[in-house]
Design a binder for this molecule. Structure first.
Ligand code: GLU
Length: 467
């Protein structure tokens, strides 16, 4: 039974890298009948924003990954951290460091000149003299002076850090605020985490956190450090490539299940399977199979998956989703037919919305390129004759096949080629030349509305500029 968490810092919106980490954590907890917890790491008061917290919670709501406990906020847990700082001080496992800013800068400069990594030199580790005046101390934890800090990473394998790679790092600033590596370890321990899945940008924090676990006698969880998502060129994912707010994907017309399916495959696989329902993800996901190397973002694939889900979710669900885009198809008497027709080609809900309004809405203008190409001198006469056919069959044209059965003979009898009739009708009904089949459009609109639109187009002479 795995207890996992996602622990974002609310310094900005939630982006897809974060959401993928959360998804992996969520899947692993749920698969093992464990718990998934959401913890907001908001100790950095200057960089946090309430809007970012809201945006993160909103994104989790949208994708439907609920926390199994009340969302925790580190900013509300400062008393707990203070207690553990006191405990470490009392036990001699942490100490006050009075090093001034100038001293620290001088040390850094010296280390840099000697091509050494910046590292605190432990000068106050065993200090028992009189503290210098005017300096509020920071608290540093005593890290091991020799040996190695080891752990078995679920993705990266055996990790080992020499003691000299971890200095006595600050666990509380001079204003008393505890630091990131300290509070993460405390929270993960107190919240009973068994498995910590996070981005591999945190890999070098892990030995520090292990120092905290060990100083406090906490059990060290299992770590899984997940490689980054890169852009298709193998570089860091930028906003333009897709590293945008998760909610932006909603605005762009993606379904949450498509996004989750896309993310689960970015860094994990099960043979060459591409489509995963939530149930399948839960059945098959295992963090031990997470790829060791970075993955590449692929927008085409996301679109393809989204198209798949748009075709496969219920029309009722599509109606609900489309409301967000102002599309009120749910009240339309032929909504099933319209949706069946339009969802075949749509890769986003925005495209679906466009395709629907293309048919449902009265055309505001007529594509003049199409008009020039397809509206000839004898076209008007042909359209008038065709509307007569529609009028004669007004009560029987319900399905595309009904329309087809009266239209094909008309084409034959008049010796027409298909585009000669279809394109002028398409232009009359939708304004454009690329809508679905004429039989489908006429069936959806009904004979009456089709006749009306064709008549309007004729009356307006297709907005043709008269010469
Ligand atoms: N709060 C950290 C971040 O947003 C994550 C900490 C962790 O997962 O251990 O990057």
């Amino acid at each position: 039974m795995a207890i996992t968490r996602f622990a974002p810092s609310p310094t900005g919106y939630l982006h897809i890298g974060g959401l993928r980490t959360a998804l992996y954590s969520y899947l692993w907890a749920k698969k093992t009948n464990g718990e998934f917890k959401l913890r907001i790491e908001d100790t950095d008061l200057q960089r946090n924003s309430e809007d970012a917290v809201k945006a993160i919670i909103e994104a989790f709501d949208w994708v439907g990954m609920d926390s199994d406990c009340e969302v925790e906020y580190q900013s509300k847990r400062t008393d707990i951290y203070a207690k553990y700082i006191d405990q470490l001080l009392e036990e001699g496992k942490a100490y006050k460091c009075y090093m001034s800013r100038e001293e620290l800068d001088a040390l850094r400069a010296e280390q840099e000149a000697n091509k050494q990594n910046p590292r605190y030199d432990g000068r106050y580790r065993d200090f028992d003299g009189t503290p210098p005046d005017g300096i509020e101390p920071v608290i540093r934890i005593k890290a091991p002076l020799d040996g190695t800090i080891k752990f078995e990473d679920g993705v990266k394998g055996s990790m080992s850090f020499e003691a000299n790679q971890v200095d006595d790092f600050v666990i509380a600033r001079s204003n008393g605020m505890p630091t990131y590596n300290f509070v993460v370890a405390i929270d993960d321990a107190l919240m009973d985490m068994t498995d910590v899945l996070r981005g591999d940008d945190h890999l070098t924090n892990t030995p520090k956190q292990i120092v905290v676990y060990e100083a406090l006698g906490f059990k060290v969880p299992k770590f899984f450090h997940i490689p980054m998502i890169n852009n298709p060129q193998g570089k860091k994912l930028s906003k333009r490539d897709g590293a945008m707010d998760v909610m932006e994907y909603k605005r762009l017309g993606y379904l949450p299940e498509a996004l989750l399916n896309f993310l689960v495959r970015l860094g994990w696989s099960n043979g060459d399977q591409e489509i995963f329902s939530m149930d399948e993800m839960l059945e098959l996901f295992n963090p031990s199979n997470i790829n060791k190397s970075a993955s590449a973002y692929n927008e085409e694939k996301l679109k393809w998956l989204n198209g798949h889900y748009i075709k496969n979710v219920s029309n009722e669900r599509l109606c609900e989703e489309l409301k967000f885009f102002g599309c009120e198809i749910h009240g339309h008497d032929k909504k099933e037919m319209v949706l069946d027709l339009c969802k075949e080609r749509a890769t986003t809900l925005v495209e679906l919305d466009d395709a629907i309004s293309n048919i449902i809405d009265t055309p505001k203008s007529y594509n003049q390129k199409g008009v020039k190409k397809f509206i000839k001198e004898d076209t008007i006469n042909m359209l008038e004759n065709y509307t007569q056919i529609l009028k004669d069959n007004i009560d029987t044209l319900h399905l595309p096949i009904d329309v087809e059965l009266v239209t094909k003979p008309f084409i034959e009898e008049n010796g027409l080629k298909f585009p000669q009739l279809f394109q002028p009708i398409r232009i009359s009904l939708t304004g454009g030349i690329q809508a679905p089949s004429v039989f489908d459009i006429v069936a959806v609109l009904g004979a009456k509305e089709s006749i009306r639109r064709i008549t309007v187009a004729i009356d307006k002479n297709f907005d043709k500029e008269e010469v």
